[in-house]
Design a protein around this ligand. Structure first.
Ligand SMILES: N[C@@H](CCC(=O)N[C@@H](CS)C(=O)NCC(=O)O)C(=O)O
Length: 205
């Protein structure tokens, strides 16, 4: 199988992180330079169908996009360690926190960066107002995650899951917009330190 990723872009980074957690080294990685518009070429669009990364091409040529769908597929192909849950309860709780991480943190933080960082003006018609509104949405959500992390080691359970990967990559990307977890959120800070010290992060994923 082959994955189309792009260095520094947050959604492809989720896929790279999952591959690293799984120790899956037999997947071909194609680096796509978004700033050069490589995702908008005729060849890319013919293969992938949409001008977005990540994308995964299976050995039978089926292509899937959407980072969480790709990560879920990889979780099924490489079952250890499990990142999506096994029991019905675990799967449901994990899905809930992953959606919250996506809607309340990752997406608003990505929009904050896309609408404010000069390097991304090539990809986005930037609006300072959109950036600030999204920064406020993410800021308002911090308390929910801090409280949750006062009860469990990671967001959805006591071991890492896709919810942590989505949230952490959102925070890390948001450093480009000078967004930092504030000092009055100690549980989030403890969690972010533990994500930063994982092998995937240390290996530069
Ligand atoms: N919902 C998609 C979003 C994918 C997405 O927006 N990817 C960005 C990179 S993080 C992209 O390809 N951007 C290209 C562009 O903005 O032209 C997913 O999670 O896979």
């Amino acid at each position: 199988m082959k994955v189309y990723l792009s260095k520094r872009a947050p959604n492809p980074r989720r896929v790279a992180w999952v591959l690293a957690e799984k120790g899956a080294s037999d997947v071909e990685i194609v680096d796509v330079d978004l700033l050069k518009g490589e995702h908008k070429t005729e060849d890319f669009l013919k293969t992938v169908g949409v001008p977005n990364v990540p994308a995964l091409q299976m050995d039978d040529a089926v292509v899937i996009t959407e980072s969480i769908a790709i990560c879920r597929y990889l979780d099924a192909c490489y079952p250890e360690p499990d990142l999506f849950g096994r029991t019905p309860e675990e799967v449901a709780v994990l899905e809930m926190w992953t959606r919250r991480a996506e809607m309340w943190l990752a997406t608003p933080l990505m929009l904050t960066v896309r609408h404010s960082h000069p390097a991304l003006a090539v990809l986005e018609q930037q609006s300072p107002e959109v950036a600030e509104n999204n920064r406020a949405i993410a800021t308002r959500s911090l308390g929910i995650f801090d409280r949750r992390l006062s009860e469990s080691a990671f967001i959805a359970r006591d071991t890492i899951s896709i919810a942590d990967i989505v949230a952490f990559i959102g925070f890390d990307f948001a450093r480009m917009a000078k967004f930092a977890i504030p000092d009055d959120k100690p549980h989030l800070q403890r969690w972010a330190d533990s994500m930063r010290s994982r092998a995937a992060a240390q290996a530069g994923v």
